[in-house]
Design a protein. Structure first.
Length: 251
């Protein structure tokens, strides 16, 4: 494992990755989401897709730990169970699609998905449907495939909760726990397939201090009275990250 840490430390662009994960933590601290939407497009400029996913696994587990007790208290257990049922089925398919495709497709997929989600959020679109068990299984299935393929399981879940019938604290808790359990499942699937990158995990561990520092700074800066401003800043960072991560800009 020491060799994995040495390889991670010696990566070209390592300090850029430290800066990127710090910004991702900052955005998550004041916006409540968005780690993957910042780190994955920009990280893929420097890293192989499997390294990116391994690093996200390590960082996400560490970043979610402090808020787990509250999330467990507020979670909508029914939603979580049905979404995980769908996710378990399609996640292996997504990881197969990732390993069978060109890395450039990964970058196109990540950036395109990020831009589409930001456009939808900015538009203010909302649905007014109470999603039942079958719908939740479908949401989980879509998240599992997208998460395995481009490392971003969040968009289907975000879209599912863009209705006004859910309490914000329950949405936040259910989403957080689903993402954390997705990360755990992703690690298991990649390990079983023998493609989990030890160097990527080591890199993620090295990036944890910068991520936590950014997260704490974002929480300290947050002012509920300026929530709209923070959302606007977060959207701007998401768009810039997605555009910079496009293969047409090299890397």
């Amino acid at each position: 494992m020491i060799g994995a840490f040495e390889a991670a430390w010696g990566l070209e662009g390592f300090w850029w990755l430290v800066l990127i994960i710090g910004v991702a933590g900052l955005v998550r601290g004041f916006a409540g989401f968005g780690t993957g939407m910042v780190f994955i497009p920009l990280g893929s400029i420097f890293l192989d897709p499997l390294w990116v996913l391994a690093a996200v696994i390590a960082v996400d587990v560490a970043g979610s730990a402090p808020v787990l007790p509250r999330a467990i208290r507020d979670v909508r257990g029914r939603d979580l169970m049905f979404m995980l049922m769908g996710c378990v089925v399609t996640l292996p398919l997504g990881t197969y699609a990732l390993t069978a495709s060109d890395p450039a497709l990964f970058r196109w997929g990540v950036s395109g998905l990020s831009l589409a989600l930001v456009a939808l959020l900015i538009s203010g679109w909302r649905h007014h449907v109470e999603i039942g068990p079958k719908g939740l299984v479908g949401v989980g299935a879509a998240s599992g495939f997208l998460g395995g393929f481009v490392g971003m399981p969040g968009p289907p879940v975000v879209l599912a909760y863009l209705g006004g019938q859910y309490r914000p604290e329950r949405v936040r808790a259910t989403t957080l726990l689903f993402m954390l359990m997705f990360v755990a499942l992703l690690g298991v699937v990649l390990a079983l397939r023998g493609v989990l990158e030890g160097g990527g995990l080591a890199l993620g561990i090295l990036l944890i201090p910068a991520y936590v520092a950014g997260n704490l700074a974002g929480q300290a800066l947050f002012d509920p009275g300026r929530a709209r401003l923070y959302r606007a800043v977060a959207y701007g960072v998401f768009i810039a990250s997605a555009l910079a991560g496009l293969p047409i800009f090299g890397g």
